[in-house]
Design a protein around this ligand. Structure first.
Ligand code: PLP
Length: 436
């Protein structure tokens, strides 16, 4: 049965670099052959050999309602029959923008793009255009997609591969990018004391989840807001992963509060859940800043497939169904699973720490809390690989890297959780044993 995945991978390698369309899918961090998915439904994905796995990847976040939710599929099918793409404005874009603004009032205006990479890349360009300044501050281990200026000390696939950044990114492209350790307020203040007047923006993951889950310490996001405002720089909150996943108004809603927010960024980047599994992302924020985008303003941005009708249909259906009940369910399921993972690893005597940000969590195989990228890299990724494969052998698909969050959905009900939890002791023993 497994041979089918191996055969396909051999074919894929002939025509696709590394056999995959995005690096982390290649299983480089855990070894073995990637599972080629043929279909998915609810909490389950099924591979080309017909084997089913309970899925804790959820398409890296978008499948908040579970895979192939009937209402989302129907919305896409109905739109498909009316046309796939027009290259012209549609009512659905207005509806989706209103849904976003209804949840995140500070997203006063919204521009749709196709990927999170475009959203953050454009947010950076916009911040530079708005301030007339060049410097961007980012944090090590925060991943903002693969645009040149932001591919310095990024997490996610870049962390998995241990690349310093990427070949092909010129020194000039990152010369104006300052990288600081995450959660280090003193370093942030020092940079602003020295060269705050040169900074266009600080970009940060709302709650980092691309170096494993490393939540902001109390007051860290608020401190970013304070120093940027004082210096006349912008704050870009990257909620591509957290937005509409950890709560109705993303991490910002959880931490700052929606009605009388303790702090608010100038710009947001959204992706993943907002497209309901289709290629759709957005940048959003202060109207006066957003209106600097073409055609109103001098900051150019465009996209043939931006605001694609199928993608907006999936986004509208997903946000419409993602109510308080869904978020409560995912929160509860996450807490249950976190506790079970912890118990299993304690019982097997495996050093570990489970870290969470809302319903997102990940496990670091190390002693002691992880507060930045240096800590995150100091973990036993080999033990994670054994843990991962022991879960996979038992029919549970974890993210294939120790640097990624685990994702749950509304379809992860008690029966699904029980089956996942039943697989944990054997995986924990594999992590402990040094062999599987
Ligand atoms: C996934 C992700 C991105 C990039 O989005 P793509 O759609 O993969 O380009 C950017 N920022 C964060 C925080 C992400 O998790």
């Amino acid at each position: 049965m497994v041979a089918l995945n191996e055969d396909l991978m051999a074919r894929a390698r002939q025509v696709i670099p590394g056999g995959v369309s995005s690096p982390v899918r290649a299983f480089g961090a855990v070894g073995g052959t990637p599972v080629f998915i043929q279909s998915a439904s609810g909490a389950t994905v099924r591979d080309v050999a017909g084997r089913e796995y309970l899925d804790l990847v959820c398409s890296w976040g978008p499948a908040l309602l579970g895979h192939a939710h009937p209402a989302v599929v129907e919305a896409v099918q109905q739109q498909a029959a009316r046309g796939l793409s027009f290259g012209a404005p549609t009512e659905a874009e207005v509806v989706l923008a209103d849904l976003i603004r209804g949840r995140v009032p500070a997203a006063e205006k919204v521009r749709f793009v196709s990927t999170g990479t475009e959203a953050t890349m454009t947010a950076v360009r916009l911040a530079r255009g708005a301030t007339g300044r060049d410097v961007i501050v980012k944090f090590a281990g925060c991943y903002h997609g693969h645009s040149d200026a932001l591919l310095a000390a990024a997490g996610s696939g870049v962390a998995t591969q241990g690349l310093p950044g990427s070949a092909g990114v010129t020194a000039a492209a990152t010369a104006d990018t300052i990288v600081l350790e995450y959660n280090d307020v003193d370093a942030l203040r020092a940079v602003f004391a020295e060269q705050g007047s040169r900074v266009a923006a600080v970009i940060t993951e709302a709650a980092p989840a691309n170096m494993g889950v490393v939540p902001p310490q109390d007051g860290f996001n608020a401190a970013i807001r304070q120093v940027t405002r004082d210096a006349g720089a912008l704050m870009i909150l990257d909620e591509v992963l957290t937005g509409f996943r950890v709560g109705p108004a993303g991490w910002w809603g959880l931490e700052a509060g929606v009605d009388a927010p303790a702090w608010t960024p100038d710009l947001f980047a959204f992706g993943k859940v907002v497209g309901g599994g289709m290629p759709l992302a957005a940048l959003a924020g202060r109207a006066d800043v957003m209106d600097l985008l073409a055609p109103l303003g001098p900051v150019y941005q465009a996209g043939t497939l931006s605001g694609n009708p199928l993608a907006t249909a999936a986004g509208i259906a997903t946000l419409s169904l993602a109510d308080e009940h869904v978020y409560r369910h995912v929160d509860k399921a996450s807490l249950t699973l976190q506790a079970a993972v912890d118990d299993a690893l304690v019982a097997a005597g495996v050093p570990h720490v489970v870290q969470r940000a809302g319903s997102l969590f990940s496990v670091f195989f190390r002693d002691g809390a992880v507060r930045d990228y240096r800590d995150a890299k100091d973990q036993d990724t080999i033990a994670f690989g054994r843990f991962f494969h022991a879960m996979l052998d038992q029919g549970v698909a974890l993210p294939p890297s120790a640097f990624e969050a685990w994702f749950l959905s509304a379809a992860h009900d008690d029966a699904v959780l029980e089956r996942i939890i039943a697989a944990l002791p054997q995986a924990a023993r594999a992590a402990a044993a040094g062999s599987r």
